[in-house]
Ligand binder design. Structure first.
Ligand code: SF4
Length: 92
């Protein structure tokens, strides 16, 4: 059902005929860490996340898993090759 509170016109699972059923009766605004994320959207009522009704929860335990502006660091560890084993395998 379409939101009639802070994100007017946006289809939302929390919206019912009785109103918004999310905690507090509305979505919660985007937090500072959301700046730059493409899911952070400006509405006449302020900035809100297009994917999450409460962005502060998404950042509570580290990086938001839906954030588009922060990439997770992938560590590529170089493994040392044992020269003796490498020579047996024919790796030079
Ligand atoms: S996806 Fe995460 S970082 Fe992006 S606006 Fe939503 S809560 Fe903020």
């Amino acid at each position: 059902m379409n939101c009639t509170t802070v994100k007017p016109g946006v289809n939302c699972v929390f919206m019912t005929k009785k109103g918004c059923t999310f905690s507090g009766g509305t979505c919660h605004p985007a937090v500072e860490a959301c700046n730059g994320c493409t899911r952070s959207t400006q509405f006449p009522t302020g900035w809100y996340c297009a994917s999450c009704p409460d962005p502060s929860i998404k950042w509570k335990n580290g990086r938001c898993n839906l954030a588009t502006h922060v990439k997770s660091e992938i560590k590529v560890e170089k493994t040392k090759l044992n020269p003796l084993k490498a020579s047996k395998r024919g790796i030079h």
